[in-house]
Design a protein around this ligand. Structure first.
Ligand code: ZN
Length: 275
């Protein structure tokens, strides 16, 4: 647990999967990325599905819902999905009551972030919670680009139509919880920044999916607009380094949190931070 102002933050593991290492690192040559992220015989690297639980001020927030359990054998073997569970089960295993969740913040609607929003029968996992998505991301998900079409499964979020809270850009969700939308990975992926008592935790989602991505040009080939991602990383990693933010990593197989610094040529990881 990490305390930030009035909030208690917990990292919740909801399983593991694996994606092609080359796609995860874009233009970075394999001899550079295979050291921090050793690939399996199919060239895939191990990724976490790590959610963030925020408790405080009378509310309980869950950031992202994991990959869920709507996969057939074929996808299971393509993505090497291991031990994946719905977020209510992940919370129970971590000692929490899923009925306490009042708010679900979805960074974006790709299946490895919003897949655990619904059950296989299409019903919501947290029917009483308020769900938040950026309006631009919601609209994009109805008509994605050719590039990220494969990352959306309408059954993950269709049921939210008419009851989702659509957010317009940057803003405060609660005292000390601000969302910062970025557009390079997919339009309006919203990243929560939790601040209090001189501390800050920034949930990076797919802007900095693993610790190895804490360098400006280490950008996933999946991104719709990699140059936008580069500019967003320079800005946000710059703030993280200058202000000592803890970066919360959704997909890193090893670190839930890291701190970064500005090196001679680029940003670099400084230390791991446990939750
Ligand atoms: Zn992702």
């Amino acid at each position: 647990m990490l305390k930030v102002g009035p909030y208690e933050l917990f990292a919740i593991e909801s399983g593991r999967f694996a994606l092609d290492g080359g796609a995860m690192f874009g233009i970075v040559p394999r001899p550079l990325w295979e050291r921090p992220c050793p690939p399996d015989p199919q060239g895939r690297i191990e990724l976490a599905l790590r959610l963030l639980l925020i408790r405080g001020k009378g509310r309980t927030w869950l950031v992202d819902t994991g990959i869920g359990d709507k996969f057939d054998e074929k996808s299971n073997s393509i993505y090497r999905i291991e031990g994946a569970m719905l977020p209510d089960e992940a919370l129970r295993r971590a000692g929490f009551d899923p009925a306490d969740v009042t708010d679900v913040l979805l960074t974006h609607l790709h299946f490895d972030h919003a897949g655990g929003t619904t059950r296989a029968d299409g019903s919501l996992v947290f029917p009483r919670a308020r769900h938040y998505v950026q309006r631009v991301q919601w609209e994009w998900a109805q008509r994605p680009s050719m590039k990220d079409r494969g990352s959306y499964r309408p059954e993950d979020f269709r049921v939210l139509a008419g009851q989702v809270t659509l957010l317009e850009g940057r803003g405060d969700l609660a005292p000390g919880i601000e969302v910062l939308p970025v557009d390079g990975h997919t339009p309006a992926m919203q990243l929560p920044l939790i601040r209090g008592d001189g501390k800050a935790v920034f949930y990076c989602a797919d802007l900095v999916p693993t610790a190895a991505h804490a360098r400006a040009p280490w950008i996933m080939a999946y991104d719709n607009e990699p140059m936008k991602t580069a500019a967003e990383k320079v800005e946000l990693l710059g703030r993280a380094a200058a202000e000592g933010w803890i970066l919360f990593l959704e997909h890193d197989a090893r670190y839930a949190g890291i701190r970064v610094r500005r090196g001679a040529k680029d940003f670099e990881m400084m230390e791991g931070v446990a939750f």
